[in-house]
Design a protein around this ligand. Structure first.
Ligand SMILES: C[S@@+](CC[C@H](N)C(=O)[O-])C[C@H]1O[C@@H](n2cnc3c(N)ncnc32)[C@H](O)[C@@H]1O
Length: 316
């Protein structure tokens, strides 16, 4: 068998499969196909009546999905943001399970030409879908200092956000930032090595990636779309890789609106919750961490759409 040039080891696989409670004749959607680590195992549990809908915004991931699954009558494949799953007739018709395994895949990180990694030199791009939107280099070339600082703070919790933003703007005025190495070195020179075991540009790269791909907006819209597409009793499984993302998922499942009540105004009507959390959040066990260090920051949350025959609590 050929070893793929860029492989991806699925995170919390057993927990995802258990959480989704895959039924042989059910309809499932994997909104983040990646290299199919989760999708392949869901498909293995489906009978001829089952359906698996696959999405990814990365054309390379979708090309891989087509190569492997195109001939399988149970599988449908779409190159799109999972935020748009509701526009897909087969998803809107009702799903028994939705998986969102957020962030970037190992193939995206390992391929220097995609521009995600500060460890390898490549063009400063960072788009999961390079066919649309604006690359990190182009955004930095046109953004002002305040905008850059705001992104670094909001999406990277970077305490030195203002200092880094000033250095970027000064540098870009002289000469464009074109490569990942140029940016990584600029950040390292500007703030020095403050955190042990962490490259100084880690937070900057995370923040720019989240901004360039509108990951926060996609997540919010994707969660709403998943909630709407799920049948009563259907399951949602979301894996996050940093605390900002996990907080959004947790609040969404609880039906919390991130808004403080304002004095003098009537309290907003509280809608009946659409989802109920199933069990506690899952983290990778030592055995998984030993073979897949990427799982270290992963958090899996499972929720069930209210209604239907199954009681959420009965699962665990
Ligand atoms: C962590 S990987 C998924 C890995 C996959 N579960 C596997 O086991 O191979 C995340 C994937 O989701 C895709 N992705 C991230 N955000 C997305 C979005 N909003 N819509 C569609 N795909 C997205 C990325 O392009 C990437 O391929």
């Amino acid at each position: 068998m050929n070893t793929p040039r860029f492989a991806h080891v699925p995170v919390l696989l057993a927990e995802v499969l258990e959480g989704l409670r895959v039924q042989a004749d059910g309809s499932y959607l994997d909104g983040t196909f990646g290299r199919g680590g989760h999708a392949r195992e869901v498909l293995a549990r489906l009978g001829p009546e089952g359906r698996l809908l696959l999405m990814d915004r990365d054309p390379e991931a979708i090309a891989d999905a087509r190569r492997e699954f195109e001939g399988d009558a149970r599988v449908r494949i779409r190159h799109a943001n999972f935020a748009e799953m509701g526009e897909w007739q087969e998803a809107a018709a009702g799903l028994d399970g939705v998986l969102l395994d957020l962030g970037v895949s190992s193939p995206q990180l390992d391929d220097a030409t995609r521009g995600f990694s500060f460890q390898a030199d490549g063009p400063l791009d960072m788009r999961m879908d390079p066919t649309r939107g604006v690359s990190a280099a182009d955004w930095l070339a046109n953004a002002d200092e305040r905008e850059i600082a705001d992104v670094l703070w909001r999406h990277g919790e970077e305490r030195m956000s203002r200092r880094i933003a000033r250095a970027i703007v000064e540098r870009v005025r002289e000469q464009p930032l074109r490569t990942t190495r140029e940016l990584a070195e600029l950040v390292a020179r500007t703030i020095g090595h403050r955190e042990r075991h962490k490259h100084p540009a880690t937070r900057t790269f995370q923040a720019l990636r989240i901004h360039v791909n509108d990951e926060a907006g996609s997540l919010q819209r994707g969660l709403e779309a998943a909630r709407d597409c799920l049948k009563p009793g259907g399951r949602l499984a979301v894996i996050s890789f940093h605390s900002l993302e996990d907080r959004v998922v947790k609040q969404f499942i609880r039906g919390e609106v991130a808004r403080a009540p304002r004095r003098g105004l009537p309290l907003p009507e509280v809608a009946a919750p659409a989802l109920v959390a199933v069990g506690k959040p899952y983290f990778a066990a030592e055995a998984e961490l030993a073979v897949n260090p990427r799982a270290r920051s992963a958090v899996l949350r499972i929720a069930q759409k209210v209604g239907g025959d199954h009681a959420a609590g009965a699962h665990r």
